[in-house]
Design a protein. Structure first.
Lengths: 353, 353
C-alpha cells in the first residue's frame, strides 16, 4: 500500500485524536482572543493549506461574524509593505510550518501586536515559533507529497476554534456544545466513505484518458472544489480547474461542451438548491457529471455518482466531501500506473518567498 | 471591426476621461472616508470585476496600509449569515451593477452602517442605489460580451481612490500628487501597446491549436494573470488557468512538461527577480514561454515575447500589462474564425444569487 493510501485511511483516527487532544486548547485560545477583542481575521497559507483557509473564511464569517481576508503574503515578503494588522487575528496554516512567506505574515502580525495563531503539523516549526498560540495537528508524519490527512485535520482545527469562539446568544444554532457534538461525529462519517473505496476504484477507469476537467463548489465547499482539483493536478498531471459555481457562470462556462467532465460538490444544506440548479444547467450544455453529494435526487443526474453519508451538517461537510475526491485522485493515479507517493516535479515542502 | 476590437482601442480615451471626470470625486470620497476612520476594506465582485478586486487588495494594502478581504457573497445572499462590517469600507465592483449577490453585500453593509462605494459603468444600477458613494466608469456602453475597457477603467478607478486616500507622511513614495502624476501617464502607455497590435496578430498563429495553458503572475499582476486567463476562456474556450507563481510551485507545477504553454506577466519592479527566477525554473522544465514584460533580458527567454512600454511603475503596471493579453485573446479568436463579440454560451450580464 502506498503512503498516500495509508494516510487517506488514517484520517478518522487523526481527526479523533485532534478532537481529543485540542478541544481544551481551542477553548483556552478562544477565551484569550475574546478578551483581546479581535475585529477581523487574516489567514495566510499556500497550496492545500490555502484551501483550508478558504473554508475558514466561510466558517468564521457565518458562525463568528468575523470578516475574514486571505493574506497577500508577497506584500509582507517581497514588497515589504504590509497593511496594518493591530486589530486582527493572524492565522498561519501550514503542514510543515516552514514556507518563509507565510512565516513573514505572522512575524509582521506579532511585530504590530496582533494575536497570532499557527495551525501546523510541526509545533517546533518556524511558523509555530512566531505564534502566540499553536494548534498542532497531531497527524503524524505525512510522507506522501500530496497532503490528505493534514488537510482534513486543518479543517477540523478551524472548526474546533470556530466552535470555541462561538456562542452568539441571538442564534441558538451557534451554540458551542451543540456544534462540538456534531463535529465529534465527523470522523465516523469519514470512515463510512472509506468503506466505499472499492466503488470509487471501479469508477476511475472511465477517466483514464481524461486530460482536463473542472471542479465546482460554492459556499463552504468552495474549499473542497479547490482541494480536489489540486489533488487531481498533483497526482495526475491533469488540467483540473476549480471554480465557485457563481464565478463559473461569469465567463468560464463557455468551455463546457458535449462530454466535458465536471465534478460537482453539492451536499445537502442552504447551498443545495443553487447548486442543483447550476448542475442541471451545465448538464443541459452537455457536461459529463461526476457528483459528490448525500442527496439521491442529485446523484441520479450523474454519470459517476460519488455518494456521501447522510446527516453531516453543511458547515462540516467539507471535512467529509473531500474524501471521495482524494480516493478518486489516488485510484486514477494507480490506473495510470503512476507513483502516488512521488508525483513528478514536486517536493513535500515548498519554500516560497 | 468587431465591438471587442473597437472597445480595446477605446481604452486610452476611456481612461483619460475617467481621470478627468472623477479625480475630484475620488478626493471628496477619500476625505469623507478618512473622517469616518475606516479600518479595513471588503471588496465584492464577480468575473472580470473580481480580477479588478484582486488588484485592489494589493493596492490598498501596500499604499493605504488597509487590510483587504474579498467578500464571500454567498454568506450574504444564500446563507444569510453575513459577518459584522461596521468598521469596514464595502466596495462593490460591477460593470452592469446588477448581479444580485454583489448588490446584497452592499445592502448589508449599509444596513450595518458601514460606508459603501460602487464602482460601476451604470450609475443608475441597483448597485449604485445601495452605495453612499459612486465612481462611475464613463466607459460608454460595452457591447462585446468579454469586458475590456470596463476592466482597465475599474483598475484606474481603484488607483484613483488609493491615491486620494494616500499620503502616509512616513513614506514620501505614497505622496498623492506624485502618484496621481504617474497615473495620468498610463493612458499613453496603453496607446503604445495598441500600436504594436500587428506584432501580436502575427504571433497568435502558432497557438491556433493550443487547448490548455497556464497564466502566471504575482503581487500586483496576480490580477492580470486571472484577467488574461478569463479572456482566453471566454473568447477561445481554452482551458487557461491562472496562478500566483508562488501557489503554482505548491503543487500545480506538476503539469508542466515539454512544450506546455505558460504565459508569464513579469514587468519590472520589486517582484521582478522572483518572477524571473520562477520563469527560468519552468523553462528548465520544458515550458513554452509567452512573456509580457518591459525587461528585454526576460523577453529574450520567450518563444513569444509580448513587450510593454518602459517607465510604468509596478503598482500601475496591471492597467497596461493586461492589454497585450486582450489583443492576444482577440486575435486568437479571429484566427480560429470565431465571433469575438458573441462567445458561445455567455451573456453580457450574469445574474448570480
Amino acid at each position: 500500500m502506498s503512503f498516500l493510501q495509508a494516510e487517506i485511511h488514517q484520517q478518522p483516527q487523526v481527526l479523533m485524536a485532534l478532537l481529543d487532544r485540542e478541544t481544551e486548547n481551542a477553548r483556552h485560545i478562544a477565551a484569550e482572543l475574546r478578551a483581546q477583542g479581535v475585529r477581523y481575521v487574516i489567514l495566510a497559507a499556500r497550496g492545500t493549506s490555502d484551501n483550508a483557509a478558504r473554508y475558514g473564511q466561510y466558517l468564521f464569517g457565518a458562525y463568528n461574524r468575523l470578516p475574514v481576508g486571505l493574506a497577500t503574503p508577497s506584500l509582507f515578503s517581497v514588497y515589504k509593505e504590509p497593511p496594518r494588522l493591530e486589530e486582527g487575528l493572524i492565522i498561519g496554516i501550514s503542514q510543515s510550518g516552514r514556507s518563509p512567506d507565510i512565516v513573514a505574515v505572522l512575524e509582521e502580525g506579532r511585530r504590530q501586536g496582533a494575536p497570532t495563531l499557527a495551525i501546523t503539523n510541526d509545533p517546533d516549526s518556524p511558523l509555530a515559533a512566531q505564534a502566540d498560540y499553536v494548534i498542532p495537528l497531531h497527524a503524524g508524519e505525512e510522507r506522501a507529497v500530496a497532503a490528505t490527512k493534514t488537510y482534513t485535520a486543518q479543517l477540523t482545527a478551524l472548526a474546533l476554534l470556530s466552535c470555541a469562539l462561538g456562542d452568539d446568544p441571538d442564534r441558538p444554532s451557534t451554540n458551542s456544545e451543540y456544534r462540538l457534538a456534531a463535529l465529534q461525529r465527523v470522523p465516523l462519517a469519514v470512515e463510512r466513505i472509506l468503506d466505499g473505496e472499492e466503488h470509487i476504484a471501479g469508477a476511475v477507469e472511465r477517466y483514464r484518458y481524461m486530460e482536463t476537467c473542472v471542479v465546482l463548489g460554492r459556499g463552504y465547499n468552495y474549499a473542497t472544489a479547490f482541494e480536489i482539483a489540486l489533488k487531481l493536478k498533483e497526482l495526475n498531471y491533469l488540467i483540473a480547474e476549480a471554480y465557485s459555481s457563481a464565478d463559473f457562470m461569469h465567463g468560464p462556462i463557455a468551455v463546457v461542451g458535449s462530454g466535458f467532465p465536471a465534478l460537482v460538490i453539492a451536499p445537502d444544506g442552504k447551498m443545495f438548491d443553487t447548486m442543483r440548479h447550476f448542475t442541471l444547467e451545465i448538464k443541459s450544455r452537455g457536461a459529463e457529471l461526476l457528483i459528490i453529494s448525500d442527496r439521491q435526487d442529485l446523484l441520479a443526474e450523474a454519470v459517476t455518482p460519488l455518494p456521501l453519508p447522510e446527516g453531516v451538517p453543511e458547515w462540516l461537510s467539507p471535512i467529509v466531501a473531500v474524501v471521495p475526491g482524494q480516493l478518486f485522485a489516488l485510484h486514477l493515479t494507480l490506473t495510470k500506473g503512476n507513483d502516488p507517493d512521488r508525483p513528478q516535479g514536486l517536493q513535500k515542502v515548498t519554500l516560497t518567498r
